[in-house]
Design a protein around this ligand. Structure first.
Ligand code: SF4
Length: 310
């Protein structure tokens, strides 16, 4: 989907009280960068220091683009694919599905194809189970912009912060009762830990918590989007998110659950914290040697220099 650059021009991460533009808050700036480390957020977002594009990022973009187009190209073939499935001809049904993927401009070199094929296998299962009912997404990489305000109190005075919430929602599917299930596609690894007491693998709680926050941010976008934005994106303004989940095809892992109110609370708390840091102009380091080792700003972060933590 083409990006709305005009909307982005109205906001900035370099915001300060009294700035003419809105403070921009996106899913990754809030739930990844700021949550991970306010200092990292400062380097990346406020100082606009570039981080090198990694293979993982390139792979993610390629897979997301392909899946977005898949849902467009598969539309005229759906009836045929379903008939083949019902005639027990899964092999041909699958090959018709695969033909609905766009041809990449450059050959895939980062494992995109395996991920896409796994994802299509799951979609074929879903098509068979639903018999096509609500199969196509009502949200397909839709970009949502919300311009709003939040108030905070400092030194007994109430201040208003103009905020621009922006984000592109992977996928939303309509449920039978008209509500929406949001689904996020990830191309990386899923994380589990061995539970010694129960002697079984358990989902990593931090990973689950992180995913829930991402999904709650999407829900926040939809909740706050003006009616005309919802209608422009082909959505009903009364649509409510009731469920969410995530696909990790590289790990053969899918998860879905009812939405969690506490995840939304956690996102709201993060927004309040972020505003608090802007208002005080302090973005402290959150040093933890294991995570900091992967930070692109390790070399320029005072907190990460050896003599400050040995
Ligand atoms: S090295 Fe660690 S503390 Fe420093 S900016 Fe990066 S994540 Fe934050």
């Amino acid at each position: 989907m083409a990006r709305d650059f005009e909307a982005y021009k109205k906001s900035t991460y370099k915001w300060e009280p009294g700035h003419e533009k809105h403070l921009r808050i996106t899913k990754s700036s809030l739930t990844s960068d700021f949550d991970f480390c306010p200092q990292q957020y400062h380097f990346k977002r406020r100082e606009d220091r570039k981080t090198p594009e990694t293979d993982a990022m390139r792979k993610g973009t390629n897979v997301h683009n392909a899946m977005e187009e898949f849902y467009v190209y598969v539309r005229p073939n759906l009836g045929k694919v379903l008939k083949l499935l019902n005639d027990k001809n899964r092999e041909e049904a699958f090959s018709l599905f695969v033909k609905s993927l766009p041809k990449p401009e450059e050959p895939y070199l980062l494992g995109e194809e395996e991920i896409l094929l796994k994802r299509l296998e799951w979609e074929l299962d879903r098509l068979e189970a639903t018999q096509g009912q609500h199969f196509l997404p009502v949200i397909n990489e839709d970009e949502i912009h919300v311009f709003t305000e939040r108030e905070f109190v400092h030194n007994g005075k109430t201040h208003t912060v103009p905020i621009h919430f922006a984000g592109m929602i992977d996928r939303g599917f309509e449920n039978e009762d008209g509500s929406i299930s949001l689904m996020e596609l990830k191309t990386g690894k899923w994380k589990q830990r061995w539970d010694w007491r129960k002697k079984e693998w358990k989902d990593d709680v931090f990973k689950v918590r992180g995913m829930r926050k991402e999904m709650a941010f999407y829900e926040l976008l939809l909740l706050n989007a003006p009616d005309e934005v919802m209608i422009k994106n082909g959505l009903d303004p009364n649509d409510k998110v009731t469920h969410w989940g995530w696909y990790y095809p590289a790990a053969n892992y899918i998860y879905a659950e009812p939405r969690k109110t506490r995840s939304m609370t956690s996102v709201m708390n993060n927004i309040a914290k972020l505003i608090h840091h802007y208002e005080r102009n302090t973005f402290p380091a959150k040093f933890f040697y294991k995570t900091c080792a992967h930070c692109s700003f390790f070399g320029i972060c005072d907190e990460a220099q050896e003599d400050t933590w040995v």
